[in-house]
Design a protein around this ligand. Structure first.
Ligand SMILES: *[C@@H]1O[C@H](CO)[C@@H](O)[C@H](O)[C@H]1NC(C)=O
Length: 242
């Protein structure tokens, strides 16, 4: 009986974690399942061994007002090249990463069924993003909503005005967390810690191990809760038997 319970628990949590460790979000341009993509473009190349993006998506991620989301980076004058490269990397990460399972949430939106929430970002990636953008301008804090889409691409809404980046986002944390409505969580972990997700990397994808770490920690809590729930039932059952 105990053996059955134990193996059931082990099996279900094992199957669950495998699924969450290598998966693609149910969203606008994601593939159904991750897999190798030999033809990924420029900044998306690091994901070529295992990706949720197609070659087409990776190319489109590099162009202004691309067919992906018609998103206009240049809504307050032309965005600087050094700033834009971080948004391209952010797009590659979002579209290509197969290791976002632990932070994927269901969402009721016309263009996607799932989103990411509170993905713990490495400090260096958030800081360099903010540093490279801090001389640019924007009119909005949350770039997910509130735009004027009447022309087909996003423009600053009537009640807003273009302000210095640093007025809108006083520090890296406010930018990383607010720009995509808490898709990212600011952390003070560094890229070598294994406790944060990296937007920028080369070589084997370091984010797999990070996802594994967060999944195992969350899962221990779940298994513990489940065991705590089931134990009394099984204990009383055993008592009845003897
Ligand atoms: C990607 O696919 C879309 C839709 O099929 C197409 O309009 C676009 O030209 C393609 N882009 C590239 C770079 O091949």
């Amino acid at each position: 009986m105990w053996l059955l319970l134990a193996s059931l628990l082990a099996f279900s949590s094992g199957a669950l974690s495998q699924d969450k460790l290598n998966t693609c979000m149910d969203a606008k341009h994601h593939k159904a399942y991750p897999g190798p993509e030999g033809q990924l473009y420029l900044q998306c190349v690091p994901w070529r061994e295992n990706a949720c993006c197609t070659a087409n998506t990776s190319t489109e991620a590099h162009s202004d007002n691309s067919y992906l989301y018609n998103f206009n980076w240049n809504h307050c004058g032309v965005m600087s090249t050094k700033c834009k490269k971080h948004f391209i990397q952010d797009t590659c990460f979002y579209e290509c990463s197969p290791h976002l399972g632990p932070w994927t949430q269901p969402v009721d939106q016309s263009w996607r069924k799932e989103r990411i929430l509170d993905v713990p970002l490495c400090k260096e990636d958030c800081h360099s993003w903010w540093e490279d953008c801090k001389d640019d301008f924007t009119c909005k804090t949350d770039w997910h909503k509130g735009w004027d889409w009447s022309s087909g691409i996003n423009r600053c809404p009537a009640n807003s005005k273009c302000r210095k980046w640093t007025e809108v986002y006083p520090d890296p944390k406010s930018m990383c967390e607010q720009i995509w409505s808490n898709s990212y969580l600011y952390t003070t972990h560094s890229k070598t810690s294994g406790r944060c997700m990296q937007l920028w990397f080369s070589g084997p994808n370091p984010n797999k191990k990070v996802a594994e770490y967060y999944l195992n920690n969350a899962q221990q809590h779940q298994s513990f809760a489940l065991t705590a729930l089931l134990l009394p039932a099984f204990a009383s059952f055993s008592v009845m038997m003897y």
